[in-house]
Design a protein around this ligand. Structure first.
Ligand code: PMP
Length: 397
């Protein structure tokens, strides 16, 4: 009898979203490494499963927290009815990391759902319908979040999407004027990830903040990719001077490998979900107790080891080592980096060869001439040197 391989099943039964999936078969993961079958060499995960494994894969503290919660309870009840300790402890810990106005947490299962919830919240709180986001922004793939995303190519064949969405040019001062008293909210990534890691001026973000305040518009920072230590501070916005959003979104690295997201705002803003109608936003699984337990452990590990402080120095080491005539620029902040090449045609073989040599990188949704480097924050200096040697080798090959 012929046995069907998992690889064959993957192509038979798993819905494909491109004709060229990576198709790596991983049996186990630990720290910055993914292990394939048998004696294959391990892969270094230099992209953290796309911005997720900030404290590495299967961190022992996360495993322990999950195990302890497994012994207590899994799902108990839909969101917001029962007092569940993993949720309350995590919400408290999140609030402690944020300015006092951001003290009320709504848990979701993913980043996209945090975006969706925040869009509803902003419309309901302001009574306005227009929402502004940036060209080349990525905020998720469901219809609301996709409407916000700033790339026409991804949207064209899914229209009609949400009405009253307007895009501004990122980091463009003139377009700030487009934020008016009609605007419910401005959604902005603090550092734009899928656009290829674009870092704004502090003065730009502060001016957007001021304009939102002047027009009664809510400022929403999408920190789904940048939060939880990635850019050198716990939240990326902390490093841009006095610029506090009205709503902040997180997910990805927040769960330490478990699915969870959140939108966080003030008690006053969040209170609108309580009436007219009651249950203004509902989820069955949002804030799953096991995910919350994993997330709290993740947050504590990042803070206890001040992993965000290490992110900056480690990012600098990458910049120092990745010098080559084929590399046009290394951009970014902390351990959220983009290495720019002349074109996708130059970059793609470099990525392929690096994977063959055991180093996983990637490109960006809206920037295909740049290599994504966002390793777990626990990566060591020695591992960075090893990874960079492989990347440079892959350029020269
Ligand atoms: N916002 C940003 C900035 C993101 O990078 C992503 C995911 N790449 C999302 C939202 C959507 O998150 P999720 O895939 O968890 O739904």
């Amino acid at each position: 009898m012929q046995t069907v391989t998992n690889r064959q099943l993957f192509f038979q039964h798993i819905a494909q979203t491109s004709d060229f999936p990576l198709g790596l078969e991983i049996e186990r993961a630990e720290g910055i490494y993914l292990f394939g079958q048998g004696n294959q060499r391990p892969y270094m995960d230099l992209i953290s499963g796309i911005g997720v494994s900030n404290i590495g894969h299967r961190h022992p503290r996360v495993l322990e927290a999950i195990q302890q919660q497994l012994d207590k309870y899994l799902h108990l009840m839909v969101y917001g009815e029962y007092v569940q300790t993993p949720q309350t402890q995590l919400a408290h810990a999140l609030a402690e990391t944020l300015p006092s106005s951001l003290n009320t947490v709504y848990f979701t299962n993913s980043g996209t759902e945090a975006v969706e919830g925040a869009m509803k919240l902003a419309k309901r709180y302001t009574g306005r319908s227009e929402i502004i986001s940036c060209f080349n922004a990525y905020h998720g793939s469901t219809q609301g979040a996709l409407s916000l995303s700033g790339d026409e190519n991804f949207k064209r064949n899914y229209r009609p999407l949400l009405p009253d969405i307007r895009h501004i040019r990122p980091r463009n001062w003139a377009d700030i004027e487009l934020i008016t008293s009609r605007t419910a909210a401005v959604f902005m990534e603090v550092v734009a990830g899928e656009a290829g890691v674009r870092v704004p001026d502090a003065a730009y973000l502060q001016t957007v903040r001021q304009r939102c305040t002047d027009t009664g518009t809510l400022l929403v920072f999408d920190e789904i990719q940048t939060g939880f230590g990635r850019t050198g501070t716990f939240w990326a916005f902390e490093d841009f001077g006095p610029v506090v959003p009205d709503i902040i979104l997180c997910a990805k690295g927040m769960g330490g490998g478990m699915p969870i997201g959140a939108f966080i705002s003030s008690a006053e803003i969040m209170s609108v979900f309580r009436n007219n109608p009651i249950l203004g936003h509902i989820t069955t699984f949002g804030g799953h107790p096991v995910s919350c337990a994993a997330s709290l452990a993740t947050l504590q590990v990042i803070q206890e080891h001040k992993l965000y402080e290490q992110a900056e120095a480690k990012g600098q080491l990458f910049r120092q080592l990745l010098k080559h005539p084929a590399i046009r620029e290394v951009r970014g902040k902390g351990l959220m980096l983009a290495v720019e090449f002349d074109s996708f045609e130059v970059l793609k073989p470099v990525i392929d060869r690096a994977i063959e040599q055991g180093v996983i990188t990637d490109w960006f949704l809206f920037c295909d001439n740049s290599m994504r480097i966002a390793p777990p924050l626990i990566i060591t200096e020695e591992q960075i040197r090893e990874a960079c040697a492989v990347i440079l080798n892959s350029i020269n090959a």
